[in-house]
Design a protein around this ligand. Structure first.
Ligand code: GDP
Ligand code: MG
Length: 297
């Protein structure tokens, strides 16, 4: 099923109660421009949330600060409706001086926490809308070397406020060996800098098959992904979502070619509810108690 996104599985992840209320999920994408953020979102949710755009002419006025742009869409699959919001952060890492690139992003995440807290403090708490960011896909440039200072700085500033999911962008530009070695270096950097990335919980009372599947997902982090909304023909005549090269086709949905399927499983099919819960129970809760402490409450 090429176009099946997988959030139809959400009712299996949560109580019936939330099914009636409908699902809201907010994901943020961060990374230098051109790393394939918009393309990957389109590929993940099988939508044209981001229409194809012409590149800016060289003479065009370019913005000088990171901006925050949010778009929402209602998507439906097998009768399950999902209100998806994607928060894009154009400009991140694109300037001569990127020292403060993380700041508007932290501000945005915190102002969403603030808005939630304000609703919680209202007398009528029936209709709380959760616009908090539930996951942040961080796109790492496929250099094949290691993390850059801007990557480390961003993740250190953000890891206590959002579920970080690191991604190696445009993995089709690296060989399998390069991907393997790059992943090891990225993980070593993350460990060295004590950066917390989202870890899918593994429950003890789950069956062997589920545990194995969850371990398999975890083993792919940082996900090396390829995005494409183009359908292309393989040498053996199949039509697939992928990218075509003179030497062959890289298939987005083929697990031997990249980690796209595993990323989608993490973000949508298996852990969407877990990401929302962790945001609420841990990240938001920590932020809230610190804020109240700071106010001397
Ligand atoms: P953004 O600026 O991060 O949102 O990047 P875009 O999604 O606009 O993509 C920038 C360019 O990279 C476009 O020409 C895409 O077709 C191309 N692109 C996107 N994803 C991939 C990928 O996985 N591999 C390769 N090789 N190119 C990609
Ligand atoms: Mg974009």
């Amino acid at each position: 099923l090429m176009g099946y996104v997988g959030f139809a599985n959400l009712p299996n992840q949560v109580h019936r109660k939330s099914v009636r209320k409908g699902f809201h999920f907010t994901t943020m994408v961060v990374g230098e421009s051109g790393l394939g953020k918009s393309t990957l979102i389109n590929t993940l949710f099988n939508t044209q949330l981001y229409p194809a755009k012409e590149p800016l002419p060289p003479s065009a006025e370019r913005p000088k600060t990171v901006s925050i742009e949010s778009i929402s869409a209602d998507i439906e699959e097998n009768g399950v409706r999902l209100r998806l919001t994607v928060v894009d952060t154009p400009g991140f890492g694109d300037f001569v001086n990127n020292d403060e690139s993380w700041k508007p992003i932290v501000d945005n995440i915190e102002s969403r926490f603030d808005a939630y807290l304000e609703q919680e403090n209202r007398v009528n708490r029936q209709k709380i809308v959760d616009n908090r960011v539930h996951a942040c896909l961080y796109f790492i440039q496929p250099t094949g070397h290691s993390l850059k200072p801007i990557d480390i700085e961003f993740m250190r500033r953000l890891h206590a406020k959002v579920n970080l999911i690191p991604i190696i962008a445009k993995a089709d530009t690296l060989t399998d060996d390069e991907v393997f070695n790059f992943k090891q270096r990225v993980l070593a950097d993350i460990a060295f800098h004590n950066i917390h990335i989202f870890q899918a919980p593994i429950y003890e009372n789950e069956d062997e098959e589920t545990v194995a599947e969850n371990e398999e997902i975890a083993s792919k982090i940082p996900f090396a992904v390829v995005g494409s909304n183009q359908e292309v023909q393989t040498a053996d005549g199949r039509t697939v979502r992928g990218r075509s090269y003179p030497w062959g086709v890289i298939e987005v949905d083929n697990e031997d070619h990249c980690d796209f399927v595993k990323l989608r499983q993490m973000l949508i099919r298996t852990y969407m509810e877990e990401l929302r819960e962790h945001t609420n129970n841990v990240l938001y809760e920590n932020w809230r108690s610190e804020k109240l402490l700071g106010m001397g409450v």
